[in-house]
Each structure stands twice: as C-alpha cells, then as structure tokens.
Design a protein around this ligand. Structure first.
Ligand code: JFZ
Length: 441
C-alpha cells in the first residue's frame, strides 16, 4: 500500500514537472532582438477589460474579472452582459497618448479572459465583441492601429482556462457546475478552438509583441498541448514573445518569465512558488488597487511613491514592470489611474536613463534599494529607504572612479574599507522616493 502511494506521488511529480512544451525550441534572430527590446522597455501597461467591467465588482472588494465564477453566474445569465457592454467613450488615441506620456513602452491587453468572451472580431465563435455587443467594433484592432501610429507595442493576454466553452472538459478547479455546461466535452476540440483564436490574433493584427498566457494552473494534469500551441505561434510570428502565468519555471518555447504581484524570487502572494529565476527576460505584474478588472468600490490605491519604488526594485532584478488598469465600461480609464500613471511618467522623464535600457546591477535589490546598470557600464544606485545619513553597502569589488548624485552631479562622500562601501548622504540630499547615485568603476 505504502509502495503504491509512493509510486503515485512519483508519477505525479514526473507529470507536473515535465509539461510537454516546445522541446528543442531555438528562438530566431528576430525573437532574440525583441527580447532585448523587451528588456530595454522596462515599463508596460496591463489592461484587463471585458464585459465583466459592467458589473464593476458587484459591490465586493477583490472581485472583478472573476465575478462569473465568484458569484456563480450561469452562462445563460452571464451572456446578457455583452448586450449592454457599450463603451461609447473608448478613444484609443486618448489611451495611447496617455500611455506615451506615462513613459510606458508596451501594452498587454486581455483578448480573452477566463469568462471566454473574445474582445476581438473572432470567426471561431460569435461570443465576441463584434457579434454580441451594441458597440459592435473590434477594440483590439482599434487599439493596435493607434499603437502602430504612436510606436507602442501590443501584447495579448489570452486565457487558456475557459468558463464558457462547452469543450473545456474535463473541468478544472474553477468554472464548474454553476455554469450550466453539460458534463461532457471534447478537450481536443477546445485546444483547436484556442489555437484558431490565437491564429486570428497573430494573423489579423499585424506584429504582435507577445502572448501572455494564463490559466494552466486551473488543471495541471490536463493535456495543454503547449508543444503545438507554442510552435504555432512561433511559426506565425517568430518574433512574438511567449510568456505564461503558470507560476513555475519557464517551459521550453517560452521567451520570458513572469511573476505575478511579486518581485522575482519573492513569494509574498503565496502563488509564485518557483524560486527559480531563469535567464530569460523577466516581468512582474502589479495592480494599482486590489483588482485587475474595474472594481467601483476598491479605492485602496497604491501611492505613486510605492509604485515607482516597486518598478525600480523590479529593474534592479532586470525585470519589467507591467502595471495594471481596469478600464470602465464606458471605455474610459479610471481617472485615479491616469493621475498615477502620469505622475510616474513625470518621474521617468527625469530619471528614465537609470531605468530604460538597463539591466540588473551588481548588488541585488534589498532593504536599502536596488542597483541598475546601463550598457556603457554606468551603475545607478537607487537609495529608497535611508534611515539616517550613513549607509554601508556591500563592496562593489572594483576601484571606484567617481561617485556622484544624479540630481546635482555633486560628489558623494564615501569611504571604502574591509566592510564595504560607506556612504554619507546628508538629509538635504535625500529624495523622498529615490536618491539616485551614479557610479563609474
Ligand atoms: C490570474 C487571473 O486569474 C487574474 O484574473 C488576472 O488576470 C491575473 C493577472 O492572472 O491570476 C491568478 C492566477 C492564478 C493564481 C492566482 C491568481 N493562483 O494559482 O493562485
């Protein structure tokens, strides 16, 4: 009996560790170039927008794009939502201009979330924005056209988990009986459906920056057939970057690794269980309040200071910061979010060279702050938590040629000894958000 249990555990381990993906994948030159672009870009806007925005969280904190599952709304009832999703004030030029002013370099928008509703003109199912809403227009196409005009890259978030499609069967841990779907279905047909929608996305929208997958965690033992899906994407657009929010070390075929609401290697949320930080480009995503989709009640906005500091710490790991907003059902971005993003843009206007185009610096981010490094070797020290005027940093192990304040160009007083690098930063030189020093070694 004990032996049988051990064998089962072993089989489970083998299965969950060896998800079949695009084995032997070799990224093309173009793909590698895009990875560099991605790492230089550093700041993206995540957009969770769907028919769920009409419900605005339903008066509960922490619910938005999950409302169908959390409130157990059957498909037959949820299908009424598209009929009153009519974002008449959606103005892609306004969104993208704001994005540019905020210093954001790319947008990742939901093409389909777990509710299964396609926010684009899909021919594989009429459960989409063009066929089912009074608005009747393809917002992804409108956004892409504007992004092309203003030089912003567009990525698509695409949910592998689906609470609407009958062939998403067997069911996983969510979207179960309440949906009213028959207890049967053809999994392979579901995967075909998903691949067909992905083909539409990678064929009809010009150059796609990347595909941001999510949902495998709904059922680990399902046959996700990543080998086929990833190969298909890389065949259609070899330069497209694939990432997946499965919270594990990357699978073959993925081009970047992501961390959800945590800095790389941290696990304060409890779901970034992999401690593995791969050699792939990295990205961390974060919410501005506690919700991804629009929640009318949630006013727990993170301060500009906190968001900038998180972005800087992410950069200290070499990771991008993908900051989320959930647009309202009228097509406008929440004004509080616009204010925050523009304030971040103001900061980046001044300090952008210490973030854009950099890679992780020589000292790992920790309590006192982070370091970033430009490709000419210049190191930026970001002091974000000064307790007093003296700070001891670990030694940089090389001779310091110069150490100056970013703001004034004045010399920083420092001493090197066997304990490390001792800095003296007088109170009047300290910045509330980030005191930046430039160091040449
Ligand atoms: C996922 C989505 O479910 C969510 O709606 C949002 O799109 C976010 C960016 O990604 O969030 C998850 C996914 C899995 C877990 C937690 C949050 N998990 O396994 O604990």
């Amino acid at each position: 009996m004990k032996k049988a249990a051990t064998i089962i555990v072993l089989i489970l381990i083998v299965f969950t560790q060896n998800v079949k993906a695009q084995q032997g994948y070799q990224p093309t030159e173009e793909n590698l170039k895009n990875r560099e672009w991605f790492q230089d870009a550093k700041f993206g806007l995540f957009i969770h927008w769907g028919v769920y925005s009409v419900m605005a969280g339903g008066g509960d904190l922490g619910i938005a794009e999950w409302i169908m599952n959390n409130k157990q709304i059957p498909i037959k009832q949820y299908e009424k939502l598209p009929s009153f999703f009519n974002p008449v004030n959606f103005d892609p030029a306004e969104w993208v201009s704001m994005v540019k002013k905020a210093g954001i370099k790319y947008i990742t928008i939901t093409s389909k979330h777990h509710d299964g509703f396609a926010m684009f003109d899909s021919k594989s199912s009429d459960y989409n924005i063009v066929d089912r809403t009074p608005y009747g227009k393809d917002i992804l196409k409108m956004l892409k056209d504007e992004c092309d005009i203003q030089g912003i890259k567009l990525f698509f978030y695409h949910s592998q988990l689906d609470w609407h499609h009958p062939d998403y069967y067997p069911r996983g841990s969510t979207g179960k009986v309440f949906t009213g779907r028959p207890e049967s279905g053809d999994w392979n047909r579901y995967i075909d459906y998903m691949n067909t929608q992905l083909t539409e996305l990678l064929t009809n929208y010009g150059e796609v920056g990347g595909i941001w997958f999510d949902g495998m965690w709904d059922q680990w033992d399902a046959d996700w057939q990543l080998d086929e899906t990833y190969a298909l994407i890389h065949k259609l657009q070899p330069g497209t970057l694939i990432g997946s929010n499965h919270h594990k070390a990357p699978f073959p075929g993925e081009d970047f690794q992501m961390f959800e609401r945590d800095l790389p290697g941290e696990n304060t949320m409890g779901f970034n269980q992999t401690g593995t930080i791969s050699e792939l480009p990295l990205e961390m995503c974060e919410t501005m309040n506690g919700s991804w989709g629009f929640n009318i009640k949630d006013q727990d906005y993170k301060s500009v200071k906190r968001l900038i500091q998180t972005m800087v710490r992410a950069a200290g790991y070499g990771a991008n910061f993908l900051l989320n907003t959930g647009p309202m059902p009228n097509g406008k971005i929440q004004p509080e979010n616009v204010d925050t993003l523009l304030a971040m843009g103001k900061w980046l206007e001044k300090y952008g060279e210490t973030i854009y185009g950099t890679r992780r610096g020589p000292l790992k981010p920790t309590d006192w702050g982070a370091t970033t490094q430009a490709n000419d070797g210049t190191i930026y020290i970001h002091l974000m938590n000064l307790k007093d005027e003296n700070l001891l940093l670990p030694s940089l192990q090389s001779k310091i040629k110069s150490l100056t304040y970013f703001d004034s160009g004045e010399k920083v007083k420092f001493k090197e000894n066997e304990n490390g690098l001792l800095l003296k930063i007088p109170k009047e030189k300290q910045d509330r958000i980030d005191t930046i020093l430039i160091i040449e070694i």
